[in-house]
Each structure stands twice: as structure tokens, then as C-alpha cells.
Design a protein around this ligand. Structure first.
Ligand SMILES: [Mg+2]
Length: 246
């Protein structure tokens, strides 16, 4: 995929730091300029925030829907079932409305990992560019990204009707499938040519991304998944630990 495609995408898409990108374009700077940077790719759910956004969306539909969706999410995050087998199914059950997604966006901020904001700011001073890489939903993650000062989100776009009702999701986005985060990281590397790429997360989908990263760091503050802990190059319980191990 060529650079001009991305310039167009980011200039046009005001959900992804649009003002920043449009401003850079107007003054002739590269829209996505991370030359000689290092990429720190961060999972969102149960990593940057304590919650699983999809489970919170399910919660508003009552305890039975919540239990069903939560079981599917856990099975996927533990690698017992492929993510694509539950991805669309969970949304079909929930039918999330725009207002529900906005509410989850606020929950992400309220339940932010307590060291995340300061850690990302400090990593930025040390030459790291943060990217949120998630199988969650772009519109729900945007408020958290804004709070954390993260300009780029790689996540799944939801579609809504004029009345705010659910109208499906971007089924082409890689993180809706097994191996999707590795696909996203490989694309980011082709685009930005970083010196180094690190992935941080709690789930098997994050662990899978290590094939496209220089290093995978497991995260266990909210949930410890045995396979992730066993196979990570490091396993941390607070994002602030990144400042000592990177
Ligand atoms: Mg996670």
C-alpha cells in the first residue's frame, strides 16, 4: 500500500487525529512522519485500560448477554477459539448503538492503567512513538487515545445508521482475524521504517504479533494468561516498568 494512500486516509479521517494530520499536510510536512523513531505498540483492552470494551458493550444488554459475550472473549484471548469465530457473532448479539460505544469510550478513560499516561509521555521524550493496536473499536478507543496523547489508533471501525443504530463493522480490518496484529505491525514497519518495534499486551492476539516485532512484552496487571506469561520476553505488572526494561 503506497504512502499517498495513507496520506489521503489520514487527512480525510477526522477520527484518527485528523486535525493534526490535516495541519501537517497544509504546511507540507509528512502526514505520518516517524522517521528514525521506535514504535511502541500497545494493546487497549486489559492493558491501557482495565476493561474489555466488548464486554462493557454487552453489559448494557443484560446479564445473560454479558455472560455469553464474556465467555467468547475469554476463549479468544486465551487462544481456545480463533477470534474470527466470535468477532462478528458478539456484535450481532449486542447490536451496539453509537451512544453505547460513546459510553464505553468514557469507561476506558475512567479505568485507564494508572501509569499509562506518564509512561507514554516519558517514552515519547525517549524517541518512542505510541500506537494503539486493538481488536476493539476505533470510536470507543478515541477518547482514551486523546487522554493518553496517542495520535494513531489501529482498530476496527464500527458503522452506524443515521439514528445511531448498529450497521456492522469494517470486516476487512486485520485485527478481526487470527494473526491480525502481526499484519498491522508489519504494515506499520513498512510505512515508518522504525529502528525498533515493541508490542505490549495481555492476550494471545498480542503474543502472535511478536513475529512482526523485535520484542513482545506481556502485561498482567488485569489478567494473567499463562501462555502469554510463559512465552513473553518480559512480563510486567505496570506499564511504568517499560521505562526500565526498554
Ligand atoms: Mg487485551
Amino acid at each position: 500500500m503506497g504512502g499517498s494512500h495513507w496520506i489521503l486516509r489520514y487527512a480525510q479521517n477526522d477520527k484518527i487525529g485528523g486535525t493534526f494530520f490535516v495541519a501537517r499536510r497544509l504546511v507540507g510536512l509528512p502526514v505520518w512522519s516517524v522517521a528514525a523513531t521506535k514504535l511502541i505498540c500497545l494493546d487497549c483492552d486489559s492493558t491501557l485500560s482495565a476493561i474489555e470494551g466488548i464486554d462493557e458493550l454487552a453489559r448494557v444488554r443484560g446479564p445473560d448477554v454479558f455472560a455469553e459475550v464474556e465467555a467468547m472473549t475469554n476463549a479468544a484471548m486465551e487462544g481456545r477459539v480463533p477470534i474470527e469465530s466470535v468477532f462478528g457473532r458478539r456484535l450481532e448479539i449486542i447490536q451496539p448503538r453509537r451512544v453505547d460505544v460513546a459510553a464505553v469510550g468514557q469507561r476506558y478513560v475512567e479505568t485507564v492503567e494508572p501509569t499509562a499516561r506518564a509512561t507514554i509521555a516519558e517514552l515519547g521524550k525517549r524517541g518512542w512513538t505510541p500506537v494503539i493496536v486493538s481488536a476493539g473499536f476505533t470510536q470507543a478507543i478515541q477518547p482514551l487515545a486523546d487522554y493518553l496523547g496517542v495520535a494513531r489508533i489501529e482498530a476496527v471501525e464500527l458503522n452506524f445508521g443515521p439514528d445511531g443504530s448498529y450497521r456492522g463493522y469494517d470486516e476487512t480490518f486485520p485485527t478481526t482475524r487470527v494473526g491480525g496484529k502481526a499484519h498491522v505491525l508489519a504494515r506499520l514497519r513498512r510505512e515508518a521504517h522504525p529502528e525498533k518495534t515493541v508490542m505490549v499486551g495481555d492476550g494471545v492476539s498480542d503474543l502472535e504479533a511478536r513475529s512482526a516485532a523485535d520484542r513482545f512484552i506481556g502485561f498482567g496487571r488485569y489478567v494473567v494468561r499463562p501462555r502469554v506469561k510463559a512465552e513473553a520476553s518480559a512480563f510486567i505488572m505496570s506499564l511504568a516498568e517499560l521505562l526500565t526494561i526498554l
